[in-house]
Write a protein that binds this ligand. Structure first.
Ligand SMILES: [Zn+2]
Length: 264
């Protein structure tokens, strides 16, 4: 898989002796979580994993060399059962995902490290990452942090409809890949589908509201796209990824410096 993680910040490139020499209290290890799943006719299965790697790699490149932050190899397989029925989607169950990340957290704690950040770029993993962050804190005493997607980057120029319901393989993901891996984007095979419209405010929403309905992509979108990629540009992908990377770098810096008010 293509990577943008600076070699000097790639944990898996270290020897155990180099790991042993890292400051245990302050070193922050970042575990990327993503997915291998259908992304419509025009984007590759690895889209969420590539975006994770791109944004985290750019963020790590912004950090001063003395800040002890390292990227762990990603958990590429996620809970993607919303995309079952599309060949190529490789999903793990919630139980498997929880067990894998928990075991990695246990290994990090066993190595004497105190700080772990979970950086997730696949929506289907989000609620599991929330559970894991607290459980790793409670069970192993790790200072656990979580980061999601583009970390609140503003996406200037994106329509309100796309912002609200461009869930999957829409303008933003397509722009990121047009910037990062244009050879993997089939620009002659765009499709658009929306799960809901902002001008029709039904009581039940697909997510993020007090009353939701559980959705499967195949119920809504024959192509697998939830959003509209047609306005995506490489220039926006570059600008948005730089803005997201700045936010991620700021968050990682805050995590390294984080001192709890009470306790160990
Ligand atoms: Zn995606």
């Amino acid at each position: 898989m293509k990577t943008w993680i600076p070699e000097s910040r790639n944990f898996a490139y270290l020897t155990w002796k180099q790991v042993d020499a890292l400051p245990r209290e302050s070193t922050l290890l970042v575990l990327p979580t993503a997915a291998i799943e259908q992304h419509g006719h025009h984007l590759p299965l690895a889209t969420d994993t590539l975006i994770n790697n791109l944004l985290l790699g750019k963020a790590l490149a912004l950090l001063p060399p003395e800040l002890p932050v390292f990227a762990l190899p990603p958990v590429c397989y996620g809970k993607s059962n919303e995309h079952i029925g599309f060949p190529g989607t490789l999903s793990v169950s919630a139980q498997t995902f929880l067990a894998v990340v928990r075991d990695i957290g246990a290994s990090v704690a066993a190595g004497g490290f105190k700080k772990l950040a979970l950086y997730n770029t696949h929506g289907g993993n989000t609620s599991l990452v929330d559970v894991l962050a607290r459980d790793l804190r409670a069970e192993f005493g790790l200072r656990t942090f979580s980061l999601f997607g583009s970390v609140g980057a503003p996406f200037e120029g994106v329509s309100q409809q796309e912002r609200s319901y461009g869930f999957h393989a829409g303008e933003i993901e397509t722009a990121y890949l047009l910037h990062a891996t244009p050879e993997l984007v089939r620009t002659d095979d765009y499709t658009a589908n929306y799960i809901a419209r902002i001008e029709r405010p039904e009581l039940l929403k697909p997510e993020g509201s007090p009353a939701n309905f559980a959705w499967l992509t195949k119920d809504i979108s024959p192509s697998g796209v939830l959003g509209d990629p047609t306005e995506a540009t490489a220039a926006n992908g570059e600008r948005w990824s730089d803005e997201a990377a700045t936010r991620i770098a700021e968050a990682l810096t805050a995590m390294v410096r984080f001192e709890p008010r009470h306790g160990a």
